[in-house]
Design a protein around this ligand. Structure first.
Ligand code: SF4
Length: 754
């Protein structure tokens, strides 16, 4: 048993009372999200919080970290003065394994290549009481779903797909490493009280349609920004009809609409999954307070009264979807997709089809995909595209191997990759003749930004359910609609694929030989954590300097970024993942994916000191060497995509003083604040157009920096003219303290030093 049953008992013992008190406080019935949030306040409140406005301090039950983000989080944690984490926490080694030839060889290479990092994570986990999941054990969110998620819980994770655990009725929120440090240090974790979107599901899935199609449809409705600042709560008979892992898929991809997290209410499907994963004790405890773990009945009766927005989807009418390319909210029902491919001139030939990942590698997903693979064999069909399978965990991999499903994939030439992120995060040594050739791939993953999977700008990546991905792999053609079209088999006969079939849970139960878990030492005081001073992978952190106490003057424009600027653009993954524990080295990727608005190029900006153009980090290092601060200007939803705080730490480390944008993605904005940066937004978005390439900036009003009070940015133009631009911010009192101290960690360290 790896989960902490005593902690869960404590949560459940207190929850009904806290929920009743909240009902009284708010004077009305409660949604599920409200029940969980108010039951996890850091300190009791006597006043209701305003959704979308109030900053609230919470006490999460757990922390989960993946290996890429854990490095920086734990490097920070080890400087904060505690000898043990304050809440149950885990580390998962999943992001650093590159997919090249297949599971065994790739895992062996990763263990060798990342030895130093794995040893650091293993030893620091051992020392500070953190559960450690070794490389090959599985992907963080699948492992959390199988072992730690529980209905009514609140957890944070240093990965943007942490909300996956919402499939088991938990509020699970993706954060930056600095937030994880707060919670592991026993400090409150702050979040703006989210708004609530209710998604009412009626009807029942059937045939080719899967839970993935629910979220692909929702992404089309809400777009990548539509969930920002919101929890998405699913309810209705259609929700209760979905498997627990299907619910997990939907919650996982809530990250693609910018949602804080998504959640389903406790039901028999969740109970069944808990029992199947050796957590019958939790199911029994949850049954004891099951009304507390669902919204109040009145909420179902009149949802628009309790949610800020309500969407209704009839699962009986839902079609399979394919979303993409380049963005997950470009949603196409399968009946319209072939036409879209032709009209947009997207490459029709499908080259690679990839199933699995943390989003879609449940037993149900894999068994349904395998039913199609089996049809390909039985119907004598060639499988035209390359096909890979990424199991989400060793528990899933071992079980699907035992049940013969991997053998079925083998018969169609499928390659089983390691239980790790691999191609989902750009850790993919793809074999392609010409990397500049326009080409199409399809995955059952969640994200499909340009270059996300293989680092190639010419790759058109689409996302769909594992069933649709498998059917299209067999056809090798994006315009194939398995619901209506036939395929010519090796005998020259036209054959049609039957609807996929599968099993929610394995009939013989789950099984695993070695799950890959290392429990921490009971007393870690004697455990040594070693970081070599000559390492190029790991670097101990030095505190950032405090604010100088004056307005900031003479800042140079580093880049005016145009269009989408995700955390991948700001701190690219792929080959850079290996420097996640070394701030100076990874800073050489800062903003190299952002498009310079003045020349439309990436990684090419003007050095105002020389007038020459060079890469963004090169120019910023020149400013830093000259002791000149700088400013980054950006477009809408700046920093969307992931929780990586490197995207905030790198500019901080290299001397950028402010990020001024039309709008921010929530997690990134918080990360900037944690690192002592200024995250500002144009009060008038058209002022973005006033920024010129040779501008020098002054930021005024900092000596009276206060919540809700705009600041002024003066853009001094080269011709001697200037624009005074009003800029807004969302800093509260505490966050202003972080800015003044030079970062949140400086404030924490000072508290423990007292
Ligand atoms: Fe890994 Fe992809 Fe899941 Fe992120 S979304 S945890 S990269 S598999």
């Amino acid at each position: 048993m790896v989960f902490d049953i005593e902690m869960i008992k404590k949560v459940y013992a207190a929850m009904p009372g806290k929920v009743e008190a909240t009902r009284k406080l708010l004077g009305r019935p409660l949604t599920l999200s409200e029940k969980i949030l108010y039951a996890h306040l850091y300190a009791p409140t006597t006043a209701a919080y305003e959704r979308g406005k109030s900053y609230v301090e919470f006490a999460p039950d757990r922390v989960a970290m993946q290996d890429a983000t854990a490095q920086m989080a734990l490097l920070q944690f080890m400087t904060c003065g505690r000898d043990k984490v304050a809440v149950p926490s885990t580390v998962h080694c999943d992001h650093l394994i590159q997919a090249k030839t297949g599971a065994d060889a790739d895992l062996a290479t990763a263990v060798d290549t990342n030895k130093e990092v794995y040893e650091f994570l293993s030893s620091i986990s051992n020392k500070y009481g953190i559960g450690f999941w070794k490389p090959g054990a599985g992907i963080i969110h699948q492992v959390v779903l199988e072992n730690y998620a529980f209905p009514g819980g609140l957890m944070i994770g240093t990965d943007s797909h942490t909300p996956n655990a919402g499939g088991l009725g938990m509020l699970a929120i993706g954060v930056g490493g600095a937030d994880a440090v707060d919670v592991m240090a026993g400090l409150p974790w702050e979040l703006k009280m989210p708004k609530l979107i209710g998604v009412k599901l009626t009807g029942k899935l059937s045939g080719w349609v899967s839970p993935k199609d629910v979220i692909l449809k929702v992404a089309g409705i809400l777009t990548v920004k539509g969930g920002t600042g919101c929890i998405v709560e699913y309810f209705g008979e259609g929700a209760d009809n979905l498997s627990a892992t299907g619910k997990g898929t939907i919650c996982n991809m809530g990250a693609e609409i910018g949602a804080t997290c998504s959640v389903f209410a406790y039901d028999t499907k969740i109970s069944d999954y808990l029992k199947a994963t050796e957590r019958a004790e939790i199911a029994a405890l949850a049954d004891g307070i099951k009304d507390t773990l669902r919204p109040d009945a009145e909420v179902y009766a009149d949802p628009s009264k309790y949610y800020d927005q309500v969407i209704e989807i009839n699962l009986n009418e839902l079609e399979p979807h394919v979303n993409g390319p380049f963005t997950p909210d470009l949603a196409w029902p399968i009946s319209k997709f072939a036409q879209a491919v032709k009209e947009n001139n997207w490459p029709e030939k499908l080259e690679v089809a990839l199933i699995g990942s943390c989003t879609n590698s449940s037993y149900e997903d894999i068994s349904r995909a395998a039913s199609l693979a089996k049809q390909a064999v039985d119907k004598n069909l060639d499988v035209k595209a390359e096909y890979t399978i990424t199991p989400g965990s060793e528990l899933v991999r071992f079980t699907i191997e035992r049940d013969g499903l991997l053998n079925t994939f083998d018969q169609i030439g499928g390659v089983v990759l390691a239980n790790a992120c691999g191609p989902c995060i750009g850790q993919w040594a793809r074999h392609i003749d010409d990397p500049n050739r326009k080409n199409s791939i399809i995955t059952s993953f969640n994200r499909n930004f340009a270059k996300r999977n293989d680092g190639l700008a010419a790759t058109h990546a689409f996302v769909a359910s594992p069933e649709i991905v498998t059917a299209l792999a067999i056809a090798g053609d994006l315009t194939f609609n398995p619901l209506t079209d036939t395929l010519r088999n090796k005998d020259g006969k036209e054959v049609k694929l039957d609807e996929p079939t599968g099993f929610e849970l394995p009939a013989k139960g789950f099984a695993v030989d070695d799950p890959g878990y290392q429990a921490p030492a009971a007393d870690g005081s004697g455990v040594q954590v070693i970081v070599s001073p000559t390492s190029d992978r790991l670097q101990l952190l030095a505190p950032f300097a405090a604010w100088e106490g004056t307005d900031l003057k003479g800042l140079k424009l580093l880049i005016k970024a145009k269009g989408k600027c995700t955390t991948d653009h700001i701190s690219m993954a792929g080959p850079w993942l290996k420097y996640r524990g070394h701030l100076d080295n990874i800073s050489n990727n800062m903003l190299i994916g952002a498009v310079n608005a003045f020349n439309e190029k990436t990684d090419n900006v003007k050095n105002q000191l020389t007038g020459e153009y060079a890469g963004v980090p090169v120019v910023q290092r020149a400013y830093k060497a000259a002791d000149i601060g700088s400013i980054v200007v950006g477009d809408e939803n700046y920093g969307e995509g992931s929780s990586r705080e490197h995207a905030a730490m790198e500019p901080r480390h290299l001397g950028v003083r402010a990020i001024l944008v039309k709008s921010f993605a929530r997690i990134h904005e918080t990360n900037l604040k944690k690192q002592g940066m200024l995250g500002l937004t144009f009060a008038n978005k058209e002022d973005y157009d006033k920024i010129q390439e040779d501008d020098t900036f002054d930021i005024l009003g900092l000596t009276t920096f206060a919540p809700g009070k705009p600041l002024t940015v003066v853009a001094n133009h080269k011709d001697g003219s200037k624009d005074e631009i009003v800029v807004n911010h969302t800093y509260n009192e505490q966050q202003i303290e972080w800015f003044k101290a030079g970062g949140a960690l400086n404030v924490i360290r000072a508290q423990f030093a007292k």
